[in-house]
Ligand binder design. Structure first.
Ligand code: FDA
Length: 399
């Protein structure tokens, strides 16, 4: 039987980073690390992330950019390993990068460079790919892990098998099952950073506009507790997508409404009243098309039955209704596109069962959970990788 000090289940972002961190911490000479994954290649999600350039971190990382049932939990790991620390590694590896927007850092070249950097950093660890994990059992002398390559006995077992998103890429609920097996609680996992889908009535508007992108403010909730994102919104054949929708999808629960402002800087009602005063003979669609894309203006005017109508013939309530449709479009999604396209999983292993300092189970010594498998989910924009690096680093320091 193979014997190691630490077995890491999952060779994704968190698993690879944890292996490299253990081996780069002073005093770990001779520490044997084995990383096991059922996929044929490591770090597949890194490879496809950020459109192939990987948005590998975000300089604005702070705990408020993460969703969790236990929102303070992530702070300790995030402050122990910052975006700047990862940038120093990237610089050290000679990988060129740029800031796209809002602190989001991307490779100039290929995301593959990040995978190679992580592999190089863990070169003294063993890596078993294409290997199924049959079972994990706690024994007095450590964890007995049965794999398709044989049994392994390890003092520490780090679970880094990620969330459920994109099963085609090897995502499974393995980490959740393992957590339950060891008595840890779960926060019910759901798809996050995912396009939202709509019923026929809303689709009648979305479908003909498929491919059109506008800047929008999408909000969820009301008053002070409302969450708002201003970013791109994309009409699709199934509903709405684009960064603003992906962001709000992580906050949305079935049955709830979202509100979309399709012209965030324009008071449509005031503008239309002004136009009516100046050019009453103008068609409503023409006036609206001066303020928002013509395709969108035509679709909204048609939906409200105002095709061909002139501004001068419209009383204020009609213009208000039109304006509300643009500035305060209220929609009730029927669902999301689900695990097939979700970038992340919201929910996961309940943080209350873990120690925030080192990600170790409070009740099961030597058992660690890191990365997306934990109930910590970042906003869109490099936060999820930063959580993978930071939580992995925290566990490595604990080990
Ligand atoms: P990750 O999913 O990376 O790794 C888990 C590993 O465990 C995988 O290698 C898997 O094969 C393995 N595994 C699972 N079940 C197993 C089992 N039963 N047996 C053995 N092995 C098993 N984030 C970000 O910050 N910036 C970005 O640009 C993007 N872009 C992006 C694009 C797309 C398309 C997706 C789907 C996701 C992103 N993300 C992202 C999110 C980011 O990829 C994600 O949060 C991290 O990869 C999570 O790292 P983990 O190591 O926790 O899981």
């Amino acid at each position: 039987m193979e014997q190691v000090d630490t077995i890491i289940l999952g060779a994704g972002a968190a698993g690879m980073f944890c292996a490299g961190s253990i081996l780069n911490i002073a005093g770990t000479a001779g520490h044997r690390v084995l990383v096991v994954d059922h996929a044929r290649a490591p770090g597949e999600k890194i490879r496809i992330s950020g459109g192939g350039r990987s948005n590998f971190t975000n300089l604005a990382t702070q705990r408020e950019r993460f969703l969790s049932d236990n929102p303070r939990f992530c702070a300790s790991a995030l402050s122990g390993y910052r975006a700047e620390d990862f940038v120093a590694l990237v610089d050290g590896a000679g990988i060129a990068w740029h800031e796209k927007t809002l602190g989001q850092l991307f490779c100039d070249g290929s995301a593959r460079q990040i995978v190679d950097m992580l592999l190089n950093r863990m070169r003294d660890a063993d890596l078993w790919l294409d290997t199924s994990i049959h079972s994990v059992e706690a024994r007095a002398d450590g964890y007995l892990v049965a794999t398709s390559r044989g049994a392994v006995l390890a003092r520490n077992c780090v679970v880094a098998t990620g969330g459920r998103s994109i099963p085609k890429m090897g995502a499974t609920g393995f980490g959740y099952d393992l957590a339950r097996q060891f008595g840890l609680r779960m926060v019910e996992p759901r798809a996050g950073l995912v396009p939202l889908t709509f019923a026929a009535q809303d689709l009648d508007l979305c479908r003909p506009l498929a491919g059109l992108s506008v800047e929008a403010v999408v909000s969820h909730g009301h008053g002070k507790s409302a969450t708002r994102f201003r970013d791109g919104l994309l009409f699709t054949h199934r509903g709405l997508s684009g960064p603003a929708i992906l962001q709000i999808s992580s906050f949305w629960h079935p049955g709830e409404e979202i509100t979309v402002d399709l012209a965030p800087d324009i008071d449509i009602a005031a503008q239309m009243r002004e136009q009516r005063g100046k050019a009453g003979r103008m068609a409503i669609s023409t006036a609206l098309a001066r303020l928002i894309p013509a395709r969108l203006a035509d679709a909204i005017v048609a939906e409200l039955g105002l095709d061909g109508a002139r501004l001068a013939d419209q009383a204020n309530p009609v213009l208000e209704r039109l304006a509300a449709r643009v500035n305060r479009w209220q929609l009730r999604p029927v669902g999301s596109e689900g695990w097939r396209t979700a970038e992340v999983t919201v929910g996961g292993v309940d943080c209350r069962g873990l120690n925030a300092r080192d990600m170790q189970s409070r009740d099961v010594p030597g058992l660690y959970f890191i990365g997306e498998v934990v109930d910590v989910t970042g906003w869109l924009g490099g936060y999820n990788f930063q959580w993978a690096w930071a939580s992995a680093h925290a566990a490595a320091r604990g080990i």
